[in-house]
Design a protein around this ligand. Structure first.
Ligand code: FES
Length: 152
């Protein structure tokens, strides 16, 4: 199986490094776009961890995804500076509009919405990142424009 063999190769490549868990998980996510359920027991047994420990790390770090993402990933900043500029309200509005929860993907598979905690753009709060590009001073209108762009 592709997941198993590729995960084994990734584990081999990293297992002797210091603190191999995070580098392995990052490489797995890079290979598949998310962390497949089947990969977790392999990683756990290679590193002498329990499945629950690996699962815990995957769910703790917002960078890791347990399902494939949509074609675009919109990360909305939930850091303090952005919150104080209304990021929460904006996020609620957007999630309602797209009909997704945090980490969810729109029904058309176009956009996955994820939280992020500071994009280093506090001076331009509230901010977001769409497919790796940052946008600041967002309001409903510019958010909608971003989404429309992503959905094209
Ligand atoms: Fe949002 Fe820093 S808190 S960019």
């Amino acid at each position: 199986d592709d997941v198993l063999s590729r995960t084994r190769a990734i584990i081999e490549e990293h297992r002797l490094s210091d603190g191999p868990l995070l580098p392995i998980l990052h490489a797995v996510q890079e290979a598949f776009g998310f962390i497949p359920e089947d990969a977790k027991p392999l990683v756990a047994s290679a590193l002498n961890l329990s499945r629950a420990e690996v699962h815990g790390v995957v769910s703790f770090y917002h960078d890791f995804r347990s399902e494939p993402s949509g074609r675009h990933v919109l990360k909305l900043c939930r850091g303090e500076a952005c919150q104080s500029m209304g990021a929460d309200r904006l996020a609620e509005e957007l999630k309602g509009l797209l009909d997704v929860e945090w980490g969810g993907t729109t029904a058309d598979g176009a956009v996955t919405v994820e939280p992020v905690f500071c994009l280093g753009l506090c001076a331009c709060a509230p901010s977001a990142m769409l497919d790796g590009e940052v946008y600041g001073r967002l309001d409903s209108e510019s958010c909608n424009a971003l989404i429309a762009e992503a959905r094209r």
